[in-house]
Design a protein around this ligand. Structure first.
Ligand SMILES: Cc1cc2nc3c(=O)[nH]c(=O)nc-3n(C[C@H](O)[C@H](O)[C@H](O)COP(=O)(O)OP(=O)(O)OC[C@H]3O[C@@H](n4cnc5c(N)ncnc54)[C@H](O)[C@@H]3O)c2cc1C
Length: 455
């Protein structure tokens, strides 16, 4: 049998790579993982974690305002950006350290260098070292793609830089309609920036349920975000005080910073995939089968680099399943269906299952249950705020096929609803479940008659 230096070399110590390395080592494999930036990957360093911390920071503004209705007298409030940035840095460094410790505890060798595939069974590292390995796992994630290609593009920043701006921008142009764009617009508007959102389409969040898109749009406008619809920037110029952006509709915006949140692409350039003969899609994503195996039997790929469902828990599951299958003698494939999603705007979105359009195409006749109501907190705070919930039910079988929520803690609700949908809950099961009063979620089990029947 061929002797290799390692059983597994993982390229990229992010969500998927770290999990795969630890689990494989736990099965007794000799594992090395390489990382060119910081252990933890996008989610920990410049994605989910710092993003959610900034979302939390932004929501205090509403809390201070709402407190008055409940009898609190809150004095002048002031937000200090540098305190938040430094506290965030402390937390992500702590997490990154924990990830590194856990890898070492599991017996994984951590190589702090860029790795490149040198052949189907060899990886070379920046600095010249080259090792042989039975398997290679590519877990290099993705990177922001700055679009559109306009004069002054180099003046814009991506989500990689936004967390560490030296100052809170007094005004910010966010370009893009995906979840990252709307989340940052929502955060900065509440932290005190004048936020502009420039969209290619009319509404943000293509692919989400239309009712959620419309209602979120209203929420963003209510938060003071100026939305420029069908009006992407055509140029960016430096000015004495910051940047001047010209949009397709002729509008000129003077802003301190321009964030392009216009999509991400798999990070596969210069990775040696061609040398090894690994097949990729046009956007660079590695093509894999249900076991995350590429067309080269010794090379696997998990997470964003495969562009399946670009979320942290999915990358972790894929990494775990890979290790279980290849080193644990189990047969594990990841089921991507019914993955719940949240958008951490304020108001927040939580969703699981099909959109109304998808459900209609799949099932034909649907019973649509909808509720729009004022949350209890808004009664005393007097905030003009509505929670929206929508349950989509296949009329023929009574199966709940999609639930969409806009409002406080919608993400938390979506996580639990995903269990019900996986258990193939019927609407009758929702109806038979006792309400928990007073909560927002009780509305999910008290909607009795459909507000619409769709066919
Ligand atoms: C702003 C933002 C917010 C997000 N919010 C959420 C959220 O709320 N919830 C959620 O589920 N997901 C969120 N995501 C997505 C999530 O971060 C990714 O889906 C997840 O990190 C993918 O994990 P991964 O292991 O595939 O790659 P990554 O976590 O990106 O890890 C890849 C690692 O590989 C390293 N690397 C790349 N090339 C090489 C090389 N050649 N050699 C060595 N190292 C290399 C990189 O430096 C990186 O550390 C967010 C992403 C962004 C950008």
């Amino acid at each position: 049998m061929t002797q290799y230096d390692y059983d597994l070399v993982v390229i990229g110590a992010g969500s998927g790579g770290v999990r795969a390395a630890r689990i494989a080592a736990g099965y007794g494999a000799k594992v090395a993982i390489c990382e060119e930036f910081r252990i933890g990957g996008t989610c920990v360093i410049r994605g989910c974690v710092p993003k959610k911390l900034y979302v939390m920071a932004s929501r205090f503004r509403d809390d201070f305002e709402d407190a008055a209705g409940f009898g609190w007298r809150v004095g002048e409030v002031e937000f200090d950006w540098k305190t938040l940035v430094s506290a965030k840095e402390g937390e992500i460094s702590r997490l990154s350290g924990l990830y590194a410790q856990n890898l070492e505890k599991a017996g994984v060798e951590v190589i702090r260098a860029r790795g490149v595939i040198a052949s189907p069974n060899e990886v070379s590292f920046a600095g010249g070292k080259r090792v042989s390995t039975r398997y290679i796992l590519v877990a290099t994630g993705g990177a922001p793609v700055l679009r559109p290609e306009i004069p002054g593009l180099e003046l814009a920043i991506s989500s990689n830089e936004i967390f560490d701006l030296p100052e809170l921008p007094r005004s910010l142009l966010v370009v893009g309609g995906g979840y990252i764009a709307v989340e940052f617009a929502s955060v900065f508007a509440r932290l005190g920036s004048k936020a502009h959102l420039s969209l290619r389409a009319d509404l943000p969040l293509r692919g989400f349920d239309e009712d959620l898109r419309r209602r979120l749009d209203e929420g963003l406008v209510a938060a003071g975000i100026e939305i420029h619809r069908g009006a992407l920037p055509v140029s960016l110029e430096k000015t004495a005080s910051g940047l001047s952006a010209t949009l397709q509709d002729g509008a000129r915006l003077d802003v301190d910073a321009a964030l392009l949140a216009t999509g991400r692409a798999p990070l596969t350039q210069g990775l040696g995939l061609e040398t090894a003969g690994v097949a990729t899609k046009e956007n660079g994503a590695i093509i894999v089968d249900a076991y995350s195996r590429s067309n080269i039997p010794s090379i696997y790929a998990v997470g964003d680099v495969t562009d399946r469902l670009n979320l942290t828990p999915v990358a972790i599951r894929e990494g775990h399943a890979f290790a279980d299958t290849v080193f644990g003698g189990k047969d594990v494939v990841v089921d991507h269906a019914l993955t719940p999603t949240a958008v951490f705007t304020t108001p927040e979105i939580g969703t699981v299952g099909l959109t109304e359009a998808e459900a209609k195409a799949k099932y034909g006749r649907l019973n649509v249950f909808e509720a729009s109501f004022r949350p209890m907190r808004a009664t005393l705070s007097k905030r003009a705020e509505k929670v929206f919930m929508k349950i989509l039910v296949d009329a023929a079988s009574d199966l709940v096929v999609g639930v969409h929520i806009l409002g406080p803690e919608a993400g938390e609700m979506a996580q639990l609803l995903a269990i019900s949908l996986r258990l193939r809950a019927r609407k009758a099961d929702f109806d038979a479940t006792m309400a928990l009063h007073p909560t927002l979620a009780e509305e999910l089990v008290t909607m009795r008659s459909p507000s619409r029947i769709v066919e």
